[in-house]
Ligand binder design. Structure first.
Ligand SMILES: [Zn+2]
Length: 111
């Protein structure tokens, strides 16, 4: 299950917001409607490192061996390209938890 809306007020969370959050080192996101802050799930950070680092390296390594590519530059470029795709994909799956420290008192904002 992915994080599509704010659990507190049901405000929709768009893909762009999540992508920006993931891309800039798991920046916490704030609900634009109720102001609750969400942090990227700890377990997800590990999964993301698989998508963006481990899987691209393994794929490029096997592909290079099969295709006879020996250029380090091409291999690095392929890893970066796959890593970018990994981020784009992971942003659709990202999960958030409510941050422990909220900038505002949520009870005041609950409707
Ligand atoms: Zn909200």
């Amino acid at each position: 299950m992915s994080f599509r809306q704010c659990p507190n007020c049901k405000e929709k969370m768009n893909y762009k917001t999540k992508l920006t959050s993931v891309f800039f080192g798991y920046r916490p996101i704030t609900c634009s409607n109720c102001g609750i802050v969400y942090e990227v799930d700890e377990k997800f950070r590990f999964i993301l490192s698989l998508y963006t680092v481990m899987i691209p390296i393994i794929l490029v390594y096997s592909f290079s061996a099969a295709a006879g590519i020996h250029s380090r530059w091409i291999q690095v470029l392929l890893v970066l390209a796959l890593g970018t795709l990994g981020v784009l994909y992971a942003a659709t799956k990202v999960r958030y938890n409510k941050a422990k420290h909220q900038p505002i008192n949520e009870n005041v904002n609950n409707k």
